[in-house]
Structures are given as C-alpha cells and as structure tokens.
Design a protein around this ligand. Structure first.
Ligand code: AMX
Length: 436
C-alpha cells in the first residue's frame, strides 16, 4: 500500500489543476457579499477570508472533518486492536487526503511517528531548565519553536529549493512535529508534576498509547482510549480560530512548521481559546468549595449568576461560530456515560449543562448559550488521575498540531501566498464615510 506521502504526491497535481484552478476560473471574481465596518471592529466574525481544507464548521451542526461528522469518524476510522475509539493516525490521513486509510496504512503511520519521536538533547535541556512555575504552555511553545533547529524546510529553503517542491520538506517537518510532541508533553508533565524521568517510546505502539505512557498512564486502557478520542476531536476546527489561523498566517511567511505551530500554541494558551479547558475545571472546583458537593440546582444557579455579575465569562460556554451544543462536547459526554457514569464531577458537569444555557439566555449577551469542547474535557482527564489542570491545554496543543500541520502541507503544495489583509485606522474610516 502507498505511504501517506506517496498518496499525497498523487493527489496534489489534480487538486491544483482540476480543483483550485477550476474554482478560480469559474468563480474567482464572485463576491461573498459586503464587508461591514462592524466586522472590522468585531473580530472579523463571519468574514470569509481563508481556505482550509481539513474541516468546515457549520454553526448548527458543528465540525465535519473532510465532510465527515464526529460520529461518522468514530464509525469509519481504524481502531486499535480491542479499542473502539478512532486512532488519530487515521484522522490525520483523512485530514490530508480526504480518504479513510486502511488498518495497515494507519499501522505504518504509528510506526513512522514512533521512529521520529526523539527530541534533540538541547531541547530536553531547555525544558529541564524551565522553572516549574513557568506555565506548561509556555514551555511547550519554547520547545516546539526550538525544533526549528532541525527543520528540513528551513534547510531546503536555504539551499534554494524550488517552490514546486516546498510541500515535501514541509511534510517531513510536519511528521516530525507531530511525532515529537508526546516526548515534549511527557517531559513537561514529568518535570513540573513528577520526578522528571521520562520513559522511552514503544516503537510497536500507537501514538495515543505512547503519549499516555509518557504521562504515566500507559497501563490504563480506558485512558488510552480517551486520548484517542480526545486527539481526534480536538485536532481541527476549520481555519479561522486563533490557533489554526495563527499557524497558517505564520506559515505564509514561509516560516517552517515548527515556528508556525509554536505561534499557534501561543494563541491556544489564551483563556478565551484553549486555556478554557483549564479554566473550566478551576471554575468547577471553586464552585464545589463554595457550595459543596451535591449542591442544589438553586445553589449552582446562584454561583453561575455570581460569575456573570463579577464581570467574568462562564468558561466552556459560548462560541464565536457555533450556535448549538458542540458535538465535541457530546462525544465526550457519551464517553463519560460509557466509562464513568457515576463520577461526581461528571454529574456536576451535567447539572451545569442543565442550568447554564438558561442563565446565559436570560442574561441576554452571549450569542451561543451552549457548551463548547472545553466544558467537558477536564472532568474526563481528572477522572483518570490527570488532575493537573495547568497541563490540560498542552494536550489540546498536541491535538491541534494535526489540523495545523495538515493545512501547512496543503498551503505549501498549493503555493499559498503571503497573507496580507488590509487594515484601516478609525480616522481613515471616518474620512471614507464622511458624506455617505
Ligand atoms: N459567559 C459570559 N459571557 C459570555 C459568554 C460566556 N460563556 N460567552 C459570550 N459572552 C459574552 C461576551 O463576553 C460578550 O460580552 P460583551 O458584549 O460584554 O463583550 C457577549 O457575550 C457577546 O459575545 P459572543 O458574540 O456571543 O461571543 P464571541 O464570539 O465574542 O466570543 C467566546 C466567543 C468563545 C470567546 C465566548 O463565548 C467566551 O468567552 N466563552 C467562554 C470562554 C470559552 O469557553 N472559550 C473556549 C471556546 C472554545 C475554544 O476555542 N476552545
């Protein structure tokens, strides 16, 4: 069977000639509609601005990866022997090619990533020197940025590689990037929360198993299954979110995949984006300490209102694009119903789900009162003993590499140009519309 790189090499020419050139010839001068001044001040919400092939987000239905919903991916993508969650290896193949790989192709990808997993000694040293008080996301970003030392793309560019070949070293870097993340994440976790000793990668195991083992949970098959699901659903959420768009933007300057994804991670570390998963658990724990376990609905309601009245957001609720319950939330809820139905914190998450949307609607500001992905992930990790909330966004980052890396490869294959949208000052806008 073909390797992923061989299959891509087959797909790229037809994507350029039959798809992109055709779309531009047929529709290149067509408009999506007007751009409103409000959109410039409003975080560019709804502004069509990017090509992103791996996934598209529907406001009502949520994410589809290459046209496939999360339940469809769970049904179609290859599983580990004895497992029932999709292997992220298969999801990466799907993101890149639009095709569902065979079990054998997924096995080959697991082996390839395991073989590439080692990180340079100097990167280990950088991590070992970080004070444990430095947030795990800052450590993560430092290490990923430093991997640029061995970038195949940066080297090939210096040596004068032709534009047509850009995608090839980008692919090699993307594979290295994904492969090395478990060792980086494992080292950060063990340095900050453990004894600093990181076990070796098992060349025969799949990616999620190895990640779990590096974190110290390799013997817990349910946790490994959770990671397979977690990485799959957190991988990609179309192109406009902060981490995805940042990676694409930085990559458009022909910064290599390590520099590009390092930038993504800095965006993911913000509390309105990936850090929300940490914030949710902190918020739930604070609520428990204030109103006790098994609190009444009224006590929970009062706590939610007190959050809003203090001028804070309810973490894990709302979304810039989605307008319904996030299917990534639902997938995690189903996992919890199967594996940990009686967990007290899971019950609280369910109680919050029954209460918060009504309050956000009543408060009348949030356009979407429903939970997003981050409302549920922390409770699952905590259940299995991964209780260190400051680490949660690192796992989100490992997953997000899959989506960003896939698009970086396609951007270089399609010759995507430097991104450079137009900006205006308020003064310029006032002058522009003075008499209109
Ligand atoms: N709690 C309280 N207020 C909220 C809210 C929430 N969960 N979600 C939105 N609002 C408020 C906004 O702060 C804004 O208030 P303002 O007018 O005073 O500034 C108003 O409702 C309108 O906001 P919006 O158009 O509905 O949302 P947005 O597109 O500007 O922002 C998001 C989206 C996710 C940042 C916002 O819903 C939020 O802050 N949620 C909580 C943090 C969170 O869960 N983030 C994770 C998102 C998923 C992810 O990226 N991982």
């Amino acid at each position: 069977p073909l390797t992923l790189k061989e299959r891509l090499a087959e797909l790229i020419p037809s994507q350029i000639d039959q798809v992109v050139k055709q779309i531009r010839a047929d529709h290149g001068k067509k408009s999506f509609g007007p751009v409103l001044v409000d959109q410039l001040y409003g975080g560019m919400r709804g502004l069509p601005a990017l090509i992103w092939d791996g996934s598209v987000l529907d406001a009502e239905e949520g994410i589809r990866f290459r046209g496939k919903s999360i339940p469809e991916c769970q049904a179609l993508l290859p599983k580990a022997p004895g497992g029932s969650e999709p292997l992220p290896e298969g999801l990466f193949w799907l993101l890149l090619t639009g095709e569902v790989p065979t079990q054998e192709q997924v096995r080959a990808l697991s082996r390839d990533w395991a073989a590439r997993a080692a990180i340079p000694e100097f990167v280990e040293e950088i991590l070992d020197r970080c004070p444990p008080t430095l947030h795990p996301m800052s450590q993560f970003s430092l290490a990923v940025t430093a991997l640029n030392h061995d970038s195949a793309f940066a080297r090939a560019y210096q040596e004068g590689i032709s534009k047509k070949e850009y995608w090839q070293p980008t692919f090699d870097d993307a594979m290295d990037l994904i492969a090395k993340l478990p060792n980086i994440a494992g080292r950060i976790y063990r340095n900050v929360f453990g004894d600093g000793k990181v076990p070796a990668i098992d060349l025969e195991k799949d990616y999620s198993h190895n990640l779990a083992a590096l974190l110290g949970f390799g013997d817990n098959e349910a946790f490994v299954e959770l990671l397979r699901l977690y990485i799959t659903i957190h991988s990609d959420h179309e192109g406009g979110n902060v981490s995805a768009h940042t990676g694409k933007l930085v990559g458009s300057a022909l910064s290599d995949p390590f520099l590009s994804f390092g930038a993504s991670l800095n965006g993911l570390a913000g509390p309105l984006h990936g850090l929300a998963n940490q914030e949710v658990l902190i918020w739930l724990r604070k609520m428990q300490s204030k109103i006790g376990e098994n609190a009444s609905d009224d006590a929970v309601k009062e706590y939610v209102w007190s959050t809003l009245k203090a001028g804070q957001v309810v973490p894990g609720y709302g979304h810039a694009v989605l307008r319904k319950t996030d299917p990534r939330y639902t997938a995690q809820r189903e996992f919890a119903l199967k594996h940990l139905p009686n967990d007290p914190l899971f019950k609280l998450v369910g109680q919050v789900y029954d209460i918060v949307p009504g309050i956000l609607l009543e408060a009348g500001k949030a356009k979407n009162p429903w939970p997003n992905v981050d409302a549920h992930s922390g409770v699952l990790l905590t259940h299995y003993g991964l209780t260190e909330m400051q680490f949660y966004t690192v796992l989100f980052g490992v997953s997000r590499a899959f989506g960003v890396a896939a698009q970086l490869i396609w951007d270089r294959a399609l010759g995507a140009p430097l991104e450079r949208p137009k900006s205006y000052s308020s003064d310029a806008i006032q002058r522009m519309f003075k008499d209109k």
